[in-house]
Structures are given as structure tokens and as C-alpha cells.
Write a protein that binds this ligand. Structure first.
Ligand code: BGC
Length: 427
């Protein structure tokens, strides 16, 4: 087994909405519970992490992990515009204190896809007011909890709408060519009508985070990051601040080089000006994308796929770390990397391969400060519901029972092999 430097973080990630349960003031809760919902199932009690966080953190200690990335839910902290909830603050204070007591370093994310319903009613992620609202919420959290938060990620996968916008365009182009299944069309229309009614808005004006975005909307997201960073730096100068982005390992076959380069620009390079004052970069990678002259070349049918339908490709992490460092030249924390599979041996192999890549980067002098595996628990995979299993720990939701998989202990073993000789960890 390879060794990692002192203070290297080896941990797991979760996101509030996917694990806590009953996030009733959020936009997602509303969308999941519509009669014509586009979700496979609602999040409901999720895996009850809001109540079971102490046990879950104790479990991480037992595995040998030394860091935990989780998110604070804006809709719990500020359920109505300008009204801040003390009970929620106290809850997250206790999560942070529990980490501290257990020598688990917390990495906190302030926005992981879900937003308060009121924000969407005020224009959501296309509105120029949103950066101010976001910064005000972040300032509140940091004023209350900042001294317990060494690392903060403002926004999770700030670039994700780039891919969503493209996918929606492709879908409507192919629908125009082949026509849409009438049943699906009727469902979509009924959904839109119900959604509009539930928000009391014209459905076209509803701009949640995981939705197609205009260029203006993309800049709203990154301005929100900058506004939050400025606020956090003032209130909690010792907290290290970053953002996270989802990045594919972009590869090309002859003739696809230009498209791959264009994709790198769209996914990542165009946002670099917003990141210059950050302390670290939160890198998230799940697979690769190979470009040919006509665009993305689908993986061959015999290639192993994850439950998500994309290629099993843990080698991608190393290339993405190298590419990010080349262009951004800042410390990196891998804030998500993982695989949805029923076969935990393949998860163990995924972890080994991914960490081998991280280690090679560190050996070449790239400052990678941690690896947070997605995810601690099998959880609510958004529209796909609970059927996809990314967790180091399975959950029997009928009793909210935790069933650790061998991969959890396997990941934990890496912390025991940390090499104190040759590296000054931490930022
Ligand atoms: C997101 C997670 C999600 C994971 C697996 C990332 O894009 O941050 O919320 O569950 O990927 O699909």
C-alpha cells in the first residue's frame, strides 16, 4: 500500500439533502413531492443523518478516516427570507463539535444543489440579487460557527449547469428530429403546470440550481462565490475557502483535440478569473469523456459501466488533478470521487487506483491535501432516488440501519499509513 503525507485528509463526503431527511423548506422538497414529480421517489427521511450524525461520525472514526465533508442546508438556516433559525445553527454546531472531539477535520460546503424555496421565488440562480442573499447567509453561518470551520467550500459543482444546459439542448434537438413520446410530453406538461402552481410562478421563471443556465446565470453563480468569499474572509480570516467543480477527464482521439480543448475551456478555464483569491480548489471527478471529430465518443458496450451508466474510470482522477494544477496552480482537495456499484470489490479497486493517482501527483510536487470519497452512506441520488449505491456504508432505510462495506475499512487503512517524513500537510 502506498503512503500519504502527514496531515493528509482521507475522508468521506455527504450532502445535507441527500442524507439528512425532511428538508422541507427547500426547493427540492417541493419538486419531489409534486404528484407529477420527475423524481423516482421523494427524499423523505433520507438516511436520517440529521438525527444519526453522532453515530455516523463515530463510524468514520472506527473506519480510521480523519476528515468529513458535509454540507450545511441553507433552507434550514434561513427557512424564510431574512429569518435565521437558531435550532439549525445549534445542530450544525454540534456536528462540528462532534467532529472536533473525534479528531475528524470538517470540510463544510455551504451550498450543495438545494436552495430555500423563497430564493427561487425571488428569481433563484438567474437573479442578480442572489449573490447578496447567498453572502448574507454565508456570513451568518460563519459568524456563528466560523471558529469551528477550518475549510469551507462555498458552492458545490458551480459549473454543473454547463453540462445540463448542453444536455437539454441535445434532448430538444433529438426530440425535434424523432418527435417526443406523447405520454412523456403530457407528463412534462402536467409537471410544469403543477410546478408553476406550487411556486406560484410562471414555470419559465423558476431557476433552481440544477437547471439549464444562461450565461448571465453562470456569472450569478460565480459572483455568489466571490461575494461569499469576501464576506467569509472578513468574519473568519482563518478559514480556508474554496469552491468545488465537477470535471471529467477530457481525452481525445485523432480529430477530437479541438473539441476536447473547447470543452476544457467551457467546463473550467472560463471560470478561473473568479478563483484567483481562493485558498484551495475542490476537485470532483467521476469518469472520463473522450472526444472525436463529431463530439463525445460513447464508451464501447463491452467497457465496464457504473450503475450511473458511465464508464468505470478511476484513472481519470490523476489526469484531472494534473490539468487543474497546471491551469490554476493552487492547493487541491479532492472533494468527491467515487463509484456507484453493487460490487464492493470494484469500489475497493476504484479507491486503490484513484489514490495511486493522487499519490503520483503528490510525488511530483502537486499540493493535494486530501481525498474525500463520495460517499459515506448510500443516499438519495437526486432524481434517481435511492437505487444508486455510492456509499462506503449501506443503509437499510426501513430501520435506518448502517451496514459498513469492506471498502470503508479499506479506505480508512490509508490514514494509518501516513508518512510523516517528507511533507508538510495542511494549507
Ligand atoms: C454531486 C453529488 C452526487 C454525486 C454522484 C456529484 O455530482 O455533488 O451530489 O450524488 O455527484 O452522482
Amino acid at each position: 500500500m502506498i503512503q500519504f503525507p502527514t496531515n493528509f485528509f482521507i475522508g468521506a463526503s455527504t450532502a445535507a439533502h441527500q442524507v439528512e431527511g425532511n428538508n422541507i423548506y427547500s426547493d427540492y422538497w417541493l419538486m419531489e413531492n409534486l404528484k407529477k414529480s420527475m423524481f423516482a421517489e421523494p427524499s423523505g427521511d433520507a438516511v436520517n443523518h440529521y438525527k444519526l450524525y453522532r453515530e455516523d461520525i463515530a463510524m468514520m472514526v472506527d473506519f480510521g478516516l480523519n476528515a468529513y465533508r458535509f454540507s450545511i442546508e441553507w433552507a434550514r438556516i434561513e427557512p424564510e427570507e431574512g429569518e435565521f433559525n437558531d435550532e439549525a445553527i445549534n445542530h450544525y454546531r454540534d456536528v462540528l463539535l462532534t467532529c472536533k472531539k473525534n479528531n475528524i477535520t470538517p470540510l463544510v460546503t455551504l451550498h450543495h444543489f438545494t436552495s430555500p424555496k423563497w430564493l427561487i421565488r425571488l428569481g433563484g440562480w438567474e437573479s442578480e440579487q442572489t449573490p447578496d442573499y447567498f453572502a448574507r447567509y454565508c456570513a451568518h453561518v460563519m459568524k456563528e460557527l466560523g471558529e469551528l470551520i477550518p475549510y469551507v467550500c462555498t458552492i458545490n459543482e458551480a459549473n454543473i449547469a454547463i453540462g445540463i444546459t448542453r444536455m437539454m439542448k441535445q434532448n430538444s434537438a433529438s426530440a425535434a428530429q424523432v418527435g417526443v413520446n406523447p405520454e412523456m410530453l403530457a407528463h412534462m406538461q402536467a409537471y410544469q403546470a403543477e410546478l408553476g402552481e406550487a411556486f406560484g410562478m410562471n414555470p419559465k421563471e423558476i431557476h433552481t440550481f440544477l437547471a439549464p443556465r444562461t450565461e448571465q446565470g453562470m456569472s450569478v453563480i460565480f459572483q455568489a462565490h466571490v461575494a461569499a468569499r469576501t464576506a467569509i474572509k472578513q468574519i473568519s480570516p482563518d478559514t480556508r475557502i474554496g469552491i468545488t467543480m465537477s470535471l471529467h477527464d477530457l481525452q481525445s482521439i485523432p480529430g477530437g483535440e479541438k473539441l476536447a480543448a473547447q470543452e476544457l475551456h467551457e467546463e473550467f478555464l472560463q471560470f478561473l478569473p473568479y478563483l484567483q483569491e481562493d485558498d484551495f480548489f475542490g476537485l470532483q471527478n467521476y469518469t472520463r469523456e473522450v472526444y472525436g471529430p463529431e463530439g463525445v465518443v460513447p464508451a464501447a458496450s463491452e467497457v465496464e459501466k457504473t450503475q450511473m451508466g458511465y464508464e468505470y474510470y478511476p484513472q481519470g482522477l490523476e489526469s484531472v488533478i494534473r490539468s487543474v494544477y497546471k491551469h490554476l496552480n493552487k492547493p487541491i482537495i479532492v472533494t468527491e470521487n467515487g463509484v456507484a456499484t453493487e460490487d464492493d470489490h470494484r469500489r475497493v479497486e476504484f479507491i486503490d487506483q484513484a489514490l495511486k493517482g493522487v499519490h503520483a501527483c503528490i510525488s511530483d510536487g502537486i499540493p493535494v491535501y486530501g481525498y474525500m470519497h463520495w460517499s459515506l452512506l448510500d443516499n438519495f441520488e437526486w432524481q434517481l432516488g435511492y437505487s444508486k449505491h455510492f456509499g462506503l456504508v449501506a443503509v437499510d432505510r426501513s430501520q435506518q440501519l448502517r451496514i459498513p462495506k469492506p471498502s470503508a475499512y479499506h479506505l480508512g487503512k490509508y490514514t494509518k499509513l501516513i508518512n510523516s517524513e517528507n511533507f508538510e500537510g495542511g494549507l
